[in-house]
Design a protein around this ligand. Sequence first.
Ligand SMILES: Nc1ncnc2c1ncn2[C@@H]1O[C@H](COP(=O)(O)OP(=O)(O)O)[C@@H](O)[C@H]1O
Ligand SMILES: CC(=O)N[C@@H](CCC(=O)OP(=O)(O)O)C(=O)O
Length: 307
Amino acid sequence: MTTESEVPADPRYAQSAGKVETLIEALPWMQRYHGEIIVVKFGGNAMIDPELIEAFASDIAYMRYAGVQPVVVHGGGPHISRMLDRLGIESEFRAGYRYTSEEAMEVVRMVLGGQVARELVSAINDLAPVATGTSGEDAGLFQAKRKTTDAAGNPVDLGLVGEIVAVNPNVVLADIAAGRIPVVSTIASDIDQPRKALNINADRAAAALAVALGAKKLVMLTDVEGLYRNWPDKSSLAAFITADELRGMLPTLESGMIPKAQACIEAVDGGVKHATIIDGRIPHSTLIEVFTKEGFGTEVTDWYPNS
Ligand SMILES: Nc1ncnc2c1ncn2[C@@H]1O[C@H](COP(=O)(O)OP(=O)(O)O)[C@@H](O)[C@H]1O
Ligand SMILES: CC(=O)N[C@@H](CCC(=O)OP(=O)(O)O)C(=O)O
């Protein structure tokens, strides 16, 4: 008779032990997020590398097949800048947002909905043929007002940049209920002139959508490790920060981190338990963030984990 302790070590097991460990480690996270909505914002800077797009698409497909309801909100700042450049239209960032003229707005709408969303939808569909592109202009998804002040409340002229004032998530909820993966472009209808479109920063739109959907988590991919307390000092990465602390830091932040921080605050204030800024330059960072205890980048919550 052979007892358990006498079973010879099977080299096949030794080889797969690490893989098994990873799969088992994912189990509590799969349980936690089963059937829950997770909004993932894919930033334009991570989107210029085709390899990262493929890895991101597989992470989203994986989440969907693991029983999570992913909703993708995409950026595309670098794509818009490149096209504006090609067309000889000047573009300038003010207080972290793109000053958007009438002429630039046409390009923003075309690039986000016609190029970036298409590319992402087809990459996901290659693995999980259920992705569908939706513009914030569709079915009243995003309604916005012209944005006229910066993070400190000082007046700023941003042209056709909008701030979301109402979200009707029904179109996204219907897609989720039908088993689809919504991929959302961040254009809004102007609430004061409904036939006009406004350019919405994708981080802010992702947060507003996460709140309206009652998402469990908001994950934002970007081109740095996370939020640095003393930018650009790379040793000052914040692993955790509360929404209140981040609010206090807003006046010290620069460029693209301003809307990202505002988005995290808005999400947490709106009831999303975790808003995380992660490094989109690392392939499969979304999967690692959602399904492992690794947790990297910066997590914004309304409490400190060990308090
Ligand atoms: N405190 C900070 N921590 C991290 N990044 C910061 C900070 N302040 C400014 N930044 C800048 O914000 C950028 C990220 O925002 P952005 O370029 O809009 O990214 P994305 O296209 O991914 O949305 C970083 O590349 C960095 O240059
Ligand atoms: C108002 C405003 O700034 N809108 C952004 C929309 C795209 C975006 O946010 O893209 P990233 O996430 O890649 O930065 C823009 O025009 O660049």
